[in-house]
Ligand binder design. Structure first.
Ligand SMILES: C[S@@+](CC[C@H](N)C(=O)[O-])C[C@H]1O[C@@H](n2cnc3c(N)ncnc32)[C@H](O)[C@@H]1O
Length: 189
């Protein structure tokens, strides 16, 4: 039985598909990966086959937590505390893959726009980013009381930002998740 059928709409959708299609295929032992908003490492663990994992977090308390949780991979981590929507101390054109899940859903449109500029700056030309963000036009929100926890984003707005930063929109997945979408972006080579 599908997860959504088992748990109702408490699950946000097909997370196994997100992992396969938007994360794992971009991670090799040579990859410099960067995650925005790791939290406790729910998705970080799938980035660990990479050569280096740069973790960008608002809350630096997660840094020692991740080192403890993944001791075998602790040498791969580079931790970056962000003041908001910046990626300080990460060089231009130095990252092979950017991933974010569960974070942009809470960031205001202006912050998302700013972060996309930073993601474009740090990505190597030809490399990709998988970004999940909230979509307040989805049916999921019609009867939700805690809608204010999700930023006021939608798909056309995201496509406007993507265009504004001159990314190639490789894929815009509006079906897999029930309160959010995933964009797969490429920085032109
Ligand atoms: C809901 S948690 C999701 C954590 C993890 N990605 C997951 O899916 O379980 C959101 C995380 O994003 C971090 N965060 C919130 N705003 C951020 C920002 N502007 N930049 C980086 N991290 C941020 C929070 O500290 C928190 O760890």
């Amino acid at each position: 039985m599908a997860a959504a059928a088992r748990h109702g709409d408490r699950v946000p959708g097909n997370l196994a598909k997100v992992r396969k299609r938007y994360l794992e295929r971009f991670v090799t032992p040579e990859t410099v990966a960067l995650e925005i908003g790791s939290g406790g490492g729910r998705w970080t663990r799938y980035l660990l086959p990479a050569h280096e994992v740069i973790v960008v977090e608002l809350n630096s308390d997660f840094f020692p937590y991740l080192e403890k949780r993944f001791p075998e991979s602790a040498h791969k981590f580079r931790f970056v505390e962000t003041p908001g929507y910046e990626i300080p101390d990460v060089e231009n054109d130095s990252v092979d893959f950017v991933f974010s899940f569960g974070t942009f859903v809470h960031i205001d449109p202006e912050g998302i726009d700013e972060y996309l500029g930073e993601i474009r700056r740090v990505l190597r030309p030809g490399s990709v980013a998988s970004i999940q963000y909230g979509d307040r036009t989805k049916k999921y929100f019609a009867r939700r009381e805690r809608i204010e926890l999700f930023s006021d984003m939608n798909a056309p707005q995201m496509e406007g930002f993507v265009k504004g930063h001159a990314f190639e929109l490789v894929e815009h997945d509006r079906k897999t998740l029930n309160h959010s979408n995933v964009v797969l972006l490429r920085k032109p080579a």
